[in-house]
Design a protein around this ligand. Sequence first.
Ligand code: F6P
Length: 363
Amino acid sequence: MARVKRIGLLTGGGDAPGLNAVIRAVVKTAIKEYGLGVVGFLNGFGGLIKNQARELTEKDVVGILPRGGTILGTTNRDNPFHYPVVKEGKKVFVDVSDRIFENISIQEVDALIVIGGDGSLAIARELYEKGLPVVGVPKTIDNDLAATDQTFGFDTALTTAMEALDKLHTTAESHHRVMVLEVMGRYAGWIALTAGIAGGADVILIPEIPYQIDKVVEKITERGKQDKKFSIIVVAEGAKPEGGEMVVQKTVEDSYDPIRLGGIGHVVAQQVEEMTGKETRVTILGHLQRGGSPTAFDRILATRYGTMAVNLIMEGRFGEMVCLSGTKITSVPLGEGAGKMRQVPLDSDLIRSARQLGISLGD
Ligand code: F6P
């Protein structure tokens, strides 16, 4: 057993439903099982750099299991190894990671749990390599992290997208329209593919399979011939046409990953309307996918991750991240997951099932 008396905890990157469930599991396990103290750093790595923290007791986690977001706050800025400061009137980036070691010592924290996506886990790994005892917990609605079969937050996001598709179906059918739903997921098509299958989409466009607009139109026309007067298209924000580019909505300076995708739904809708003559409407689901109460699956996964993270610390297994392998919770070195993206494999049975159902993937 490692000699740990007090642990720190932070949530970094974009929020995801289930963050509070992890916090609750960490606090309860640390206090009840091991008699530890717990400190929560506020707003991701920002709180660690500026020494903004609060003590977390069992009372603080009462009632947070079903709540979306994170009681600790988060940000996808504030990388301690690339931190913006103004010098002689100019913004420059400097390494302020030493401040983290000072603040960890001020807070009398013996080990840190970082709950985050690829950007936050990559920082966690750098801190570990610099000597900080760290354990990681993988989070993202995009489900695009290597080294885990699923991240928490994904199931809730896909459920939200599926429910949106159910609602779009009724209005599409009434008006005989084509409805395009753009979903999140960055450079991976997990949300689009699974929500599209669960929500009965006719066309699903994902980044892993560049699409041809002719094939999309062909599917809609074929449905028309079968007297199916409406169609539903799900487009991942990272989808792109064959030989074309992804649509970048904006770049966010200082963010770990500055590119923000968005807008491909409008491109597809406009072309479909022009080429089929069918009235077409677009819904961009956006941050609704990040909010709301976590599903039962996400609450359970987040809880299992939280308890396992504390167990790893007490076993002295620093530099690891918890993960799901099949149905088992286990762990891998932080380097195996941090900064590595996992797209939908082209030989995935999900892709095969979609095709066998007659869903067009635009190729
Ligand atoms: O990684 C989660 C995610 O929601 C992506 O799906 C999306 O591309 C991005 O974050 C949006 O980031 P922001 O909250 O900064 O707009």
